[in-house]
Design a protein around this ligand. Structure first.
Ligand code: ASP
Ligand code: MG
Length: 450
């Protein structure tokens, strides 16, 4: 049996007919049976979210037409355009039926309706992909990810049920081995109640990784619009360069600390199942890319610098903390009760500073700083909130033993203020918090020094 590959194409790779044709070329280059996983065409998910929330019929019509025109424009470039347009039309009609329904008042029902609407982005793009693939294989077809990817019912941020998913994927593996050309959707799944769910923004990578793990694939190829993972954000530093290889641990840190190339959750299934991940440029595959694996050939002390903007820093100060036990437990209990996810933590004897994880905390559309939570905290401590901060993370190996790096961080940051610094919990990163306005400059200096 030839090992299975999973190839995931992101929104920009699905942006128009030329882009999709380039993706098909990429898939045609592989000898391995390949499950194709696609994102919605660039921009469509954003339009669908607005569509789900729009109140007036004029706005609904406008957004719906924009989405429909985009898909139909791409469909016209396929050789079987008539059939493709007809099948798209069925999907668009189903979409309109949901959109045309009233927005429910309960938060949970609204989230469920939104997931249903948003799923049409991937459902349409996968159909388009299959029609371009048919130029090479007239039997290329779409499989509905919702028949395989089982999740819980946390709409908008659903968690997969891996055991069930793996079970359901067995038949899919057999079909791939038998030579079928199959494309499916990223980002979407089904919950036990039978409703459509989504895995959170950018979740197609995660879907692809889950499919790869469930199919016991040898390789997960993430095709995007950059030639791999860079030493830092190329929009910030002109001299950022792509990395040829990187370890899972380093990539996980990079993804968590702001590098947008891989979805943070997507690495877990790959790590657990020992699946190598390759990141490359779908329109320029000849540029090569980055291989993420358990055993990269080299493990340099410093591999890359990541940035994450719009950070919120919460400082909690209480004299009760002096020689007290259970203070942190009490604090974190409150945060947990309000579903607030914490990123970085530093403490001194009577105060604790922490940054809040916006994405993890706001999954249900709730506030990052619920008033009731602040009130509870204020009952026993002085609470201070700072915003407009950027987190800079230096990622590598054995950072704790690399005496050279701290002075370079301090030199690069000077004369700006470092608001918080964290190092020691992981050998793979050192991170610090600075004002948004200072961040780019500091990263440029630091990147040059390292
Ligand atoms: N289409 C979804 C989004 O834009 C999922 C993805 O692209 O990965 O978030
Ligand atoms: Mg995307």
């Amino acid at each position: 049996m030839t090992p299975i590959h999973v190839a995931k194409f992101g929104g920009t790779s699905m942006a128009d007919a030329d882009a999709i044709q380039a993706c098909v070329q990429v898939v045609e280059q592989t000898q391995n049976p390949t499950l194709v996983v696609v994102s919605a065409c660039a921009g469509v998910t954003n339009l669908l979210i607005r569509l789900a929330d729009s109140q007036t019929s004029v706005e609904k019509q406008r957004l719906f037409t924009e989405i429909k025109d985009k898909h139909n424009g791409i469909a016209r470039a396929t050789t079987a355009a008539e059939v493709c347009l007809q099948q798209l039309d069925e999907l668009h009609q189903q979409l309109w039926q949901v959109v045309d329904s009233e927005i429910p008042s309960s938060l949970a029902e609204r989230a469920r309706r939104r997931d249903q609407i948003v799923s049409f982005g991937e459902r349409c793009s996968s159909l388009l992909f299959s029609f371009f693939w048919r130029h090479h294989h007239d039997d290329a077809s779409v499989v509905d990810a919702r028949s395989f990817l089982q999740t819980n019912d946390r709409y908008g941020q659903a968690e997969p049920d891996f055991v069930q998913t793996a079970n359901l994927c067995k038949a899919l593996g057999e079909r791939l081995q038998a030579g079928e050309k199959l494309v499916t959707q990223g980002f979407i799944g089904t919950c036990p109640q039978g409703y459509t769910t989504t895995l959170g923004r950018g979740g197609s990578d995660y879907s692809a990784a889950l499919f790869a793990a469930a199919l016991q694939a040898e390789r997960l190829n993430i095709w995007t619009d950059v030639a791999g993972i860079y030493t830092t954000d190329p929009r910030v530093c002109d001299d950022a360069r792509p990395l040829q290889e990187i370890s899972f641990a380093e990539a996980a840190e990079l993804a968590t600390f702001g590098a947008k190339v891989l979805h943070p959750k997507s690495l877990k299934p790959a790590i657990e199942h020992g699946i190598d991940v390759f990141v490359g440029h779908s329109r320029k595959p000849q540029l090569g890319g980055t291989l993420v694996s358990a055993k990269p050939q080299q493990r340099p002390s410093i591999r890359a610098i990541a940035l994450r903007r719009n950070q919120t820093l919460l400082t909690v100060n209480s004299v009760d903390m002096l020689h007290a036990t259970g203070f942190l437990a009490r604090l974190f209990d409150i945060l947990a009760r309000y579903d607030i996810s914490v990123d970085l933590v530093t403490t001194s004897e009577v105060s604790i500073a922490l940054t809040l994880d916006e994405e993890g905390s706001q999954a249900n559309g709730q506030s990052l700083l619920p008033a009731a939570m602040l009130e509870e905290l204020s009952a026993f401590a002085k609470v201070n909130i700072e915003q407009g901060l950027t987190l800079v993370a230096v990622i590598g190996n054995d950072i704790g033993h690399f005496g050279d790096i701290s002075p370079k961080v301090l030199e690069s940051a000077s004369p700006a203020t470092i608001r918080m610094i964290c190092q020691g919990a992981s050998r793979h990163n050192l991170c610090f918090l600075v004002a948004d306005d200072d961040a780019d400059n500091i990263v440029k200096k630091l990147h040059a020094k390292l």
